[in-house]
Design a protein around this ligand. Structure first.
Ligand SMILES: [Cu+2]
Length: 412
């Protein structure tokens, strides 16, 4: 009896001792309430990610393609990786945006348009200190979808913490990175169209804890520039009396019974006066109609990858993180010649949504492309809106190496 009890005691004790150290993958519940350990060390993962070792470097638009800023790294008391970034907002920056001499009066995060590509791993504690330079004359802020998880801060109406940051002030956004995916970040101060058009945006990549299949990676941020800065200003509703066709005390149809909600009664639809768009309202509502981009780019400078084709190699897999931060045009797109690509919307799933050679992106939309070239050659990639293409959004892949598969014309 004693030995029987001792046996069960020992069995129970060993289960108690062993259980907390076992991770049950099917349970998806971290032991001890801690996050599941990454299957790869932070140092090793950062090497695979091609994290820059020069955090203060201002990459050129060509360098931007492969310049990933993974922050200053430390560990907190629990061993969690902490990544710290500093974004300095500066106005009145002279940014070359073409090879023909166009200089844009930009506002920048760390001196470039787009701002640095911030790269972290899901579960990291991220601190981004945004400094609004003393010389600036506007308030600014930082918004990105993952910053919803900021702690200890009141949220403003826009859902962002900390409100706006006045010139000469700073604010540190702190959040746990997740879910994995690719995101835009940008200034969320009104009028947002102006703060974005001026250049206050960038890309944030949150990598999954378990790395994606290894391949050469690039970042492409699609943007545009409205050079008519005198059209800036708040967008407001047009004054009612400036609009033809609006009856401010619209009479209800007397034959429509006693329904006090007659304005929504479908039988009355033909009686409702529809406001027409004013041809000349107040100056601000009129200016909104005039705001158009004169120049379109990928990574900040028109035709940069026509002048500097991106060298690729046949048979090798490539991954492109793509974000659309175009203002004033409601859609943008990327079309690739010579290869089809797997597309992952928002990068939040490891299974591709579809195979395509073109993807359409609304404002703020993003995703991940993965592709391989079978044949050498010079292949164009560009917006499928031909106007955008002609105004700067066009580039070349210079694919080198032997054909990976026998070209059809050589087949026996
Ligand atoms: Cu701003």
């Amino acid at each position: 009896m004693f030995w029987q009890n001792a046996y069960f005691f020992a069995l129970a004790l060993s289960i108690i001792l062993i259980l907390p150290s076992v991770n049950f993958p099917f349970m998806n519940i971290p032991a001890h309430g801690q996050s599941t350990a990454s299957p790869i060390s932070q140092e090793e993962y950062d090497k695979i990610k091609n994290c820059t070792t020069n955090l203060s470097k201002k990459p050129t638009p060509v360098e931007y393609l492969t310049h990933f800023n993974c922050g200053h790294i430390s560990k907190d008391e629990s061993g969690k990786t902490v990544r710290q970034f500093t974004l300095i907002v500066e106005e009145n920056q002279k940014i070359p945006i073409t090879y023909e001499g166009h200089i844009f009066e930009g506002w920048t995060f760390n001196g470039t348009i787009p701002g640095p590509t911030i790269r972290v791993t899901e579960g990291d504690l991220v601190r981004i200190r945004v400094i609004n330079s003393n010389e600036n004359t506007h308030a600014h802020s930082l918004y990105s979808q993952p910053t919803h998880y900021v702690k200890n801060n009141a949220f403003t109406m826009t859902g962002q913490p900390g409100g706006t940051i006045s010139p000469g002030r700073s604010f540190t956004y702190e959040f746990v990175a997740g879910p994995y995916g690719v995101y835009p970040y940008y200034c969320h101060v009104e009028p947002m169209a102006d703060h974005i058009n001026r250049g206050l945006y960038g890309m944030m990549i949150i990598d999954p804890k378990e790395p994606r299949p290894r391949m050469t990676e690039m970042a492409m941020l699609l943007n545009g520039y409205d050079l008519d800065l005198d059209l800036e200003g708040p967008i407001t509703l047009p004054p009612v009396d400036s609009i033809d066709g609006v009856e401010t005390n619209m009479p209800m149809n007397s034959s429509s019974n006693n329904n006090t909600n007659a304005g929504t009664n479908m039988s009355n639809m033909n009686d409702v006066s529809v406001p027409s768009i004013p041809e000349s309202g107040n100056s601000k509502s009129a200016s909104r109609e005039k705001r158009v981009n004169e120049i379109y780019t990928v990574n900040g400078k028109a035709f940069d990858y026509m002048m500097n084709p991106i060298v690729l190699h046949t048979g090798e897999p490539y991954r492109v993180y793509i974000v659309n931060m175009l203002e004033f045009d409601s859609v943008n797109s990327i079309h690739v010649h010579g290869a089809m690509f797997d597309y992952y919307s928002a990068g939040t799933n490891k299974t591709a949504d579809y195979l395509t050679d073109i993807v359409t992106l609304a404002n703020g939309d993003r995703g991940i492309m993965e592709f391989t070239y079978d044949y050498p050659g010079t292949y164009m990639f560009h917006a499928h809106q031909t106007l955008f293409t002609d105004l700067g959004w066009m580039g070349l892949f210079d694919v080198r190496g032997p054909p990976v598969i026998t070209p059809p014309s050589d087949a026996t």
